[in-house]
Design a protein around this ligand. Structure first.
Ligand code: APR
Length: 309
């Protein structure tokens, strides 16, 4: 258990993540920070009142400034505007870059030793903004995308196969967008390659649905984007870090030559422990997967070009 975790952005993803973090008692105090007056305070109070029922002793504090967040060991960044129907993640880039810049300056000042897990979109670019503005090493600025994309892929596969989601092992790499790369060659069902259990056409459909997983939900919700699975995904990463679990999860990390990519964030298999990013794993890819990863990285670079730091 950490002493303090701060969640910036008390909207759908941030507030749901705070509740999950508190229920799992991952820190003694969870601080929810948002620019809207009253919202983080009200949500924190409400969550605190679920504590006697859920049986957790974590305190939840809401604030409009970073004073209560001082010296947090871990910060989750969900501040920003969510996608509206018809809006791509990239449409969000300029607005959210300004928001994430402001947030990163505050993190640098008030939580200089924190590990930062970024959730705001477009994810890979917001991670870069955070790393540049805080000046933190790559070990301490990690993005949440692959765990969510992989969870969607696993859920669709489990449904198609009529098996437990727990028995599907998989990885989705690349940027968090329409060019993400579900690794079919590494997808197994209790160790059995999925290609032995599903035909190519069905797998292709599932890969396509995974790529559009976020947009499918935006299409239904109309006024917001997904938050139950995104908050669960970021909490799984936090749990791996807090518990020093050394879990291998697909995370957005700052690449320094791995997979032939550098100077950018992109989703790759990463080891998470108490130091944050502890290792980037380079695995063999098929020529198609390698090409798809390159294409995805190009898309991230294009979005980066839209942001001035
Ligand atoms: N500092 C703190 N909070 C901010 C700031 C800021 N500078 N600017 C905006 N916010 C807050 C908003 O007031 C709002 O409460 O961020 C919150 C965002 O919440 P929602 O609009 O509910 O969006 P949400 O669905 O939570 O998504 C947040 O995560 O998954 C990504 O694409 C998503 O970028 C989006 C982010």
């Amino acid at each position: 258990m950490l002493d303090k975790i701060t969640v910036v952005g008390a909207g759908n993803v941030g507030a749901t993540a705070a509740q999950r973090l508190a229920e799992k008692e991952l820190a003694r105090t969870i601080v929810l920070v948002d620019v809207i007056e009253g919202v983080p305070q009200g949500k924190a109070l409400d969550q605190g009142q679920s504590a006697p029922i859920e049986g957790f002793d974590t305190r939840v504090v809401g604030a409009n400034d970073y004073t209560p967040a001082a010296e947090s060991e871990l910060v989750v960044v969900t501040a920003g505007i969510a996608r509206k129907p018809g809006m791509s993640r990239d449409d969000l880039v300029r607005t959210n870059a300004d928001i994430v810049k402001q947030v990163s300056q505050q993190i640098k000042q008030h939580c200089p030793h924190a590990i930062v897990v970024v959730v705001s979109n477009p994810l890979d670019v917001m991670c870069w903004v955070t790393k540049q503005v805080t000046g933190f090493p790559r070990e301490r600025v990690i993005g949440m995308a692959g765990v969510l994309d992989t969870a969607r892929y696993r859920a669709f596969l489990a449904e198609a196969l009529d098996v437990s989601v727990e028995d599907i092992q998989a990885m989705v790499l690349g940027g968090h967008g329409d060019t993400m790369v579900p690794l079919v060659s590494y997808t197994t069902v209790s160790g059995i390659p999925v290609s032995q259990l599903l035909d190519r056409a069905t797998l292709d459909k599932i890969v396509e649905r995974t790529r559009n997983g976020g947009a499918e939900i935006v299409g239904y919700l109309k006024t917001g984007s997904a938050y139950y699975a995104p908050s669960a995904a970021v909490v799984q990463m936090v749990e791996a870090i807090v518990g020093d679990k050394k879990r291998i999860l697909p995370c957005a990390v700052w690449l320094q030559g791995e997979y032939g990519l550098s100077g950018m964030y992109c989703g790759v298999p990463a080891k998470l422990g108490r130091k944050g990013l502890e290792q980037v794993l380079e695995v063999e890819l098929t020529p198609q997967e390698r090409a798809a990863l390159q294409k995805s990285a190009e898309a991230v670079k294009q979005t980066m070009a839209a942001v001035k730091l």
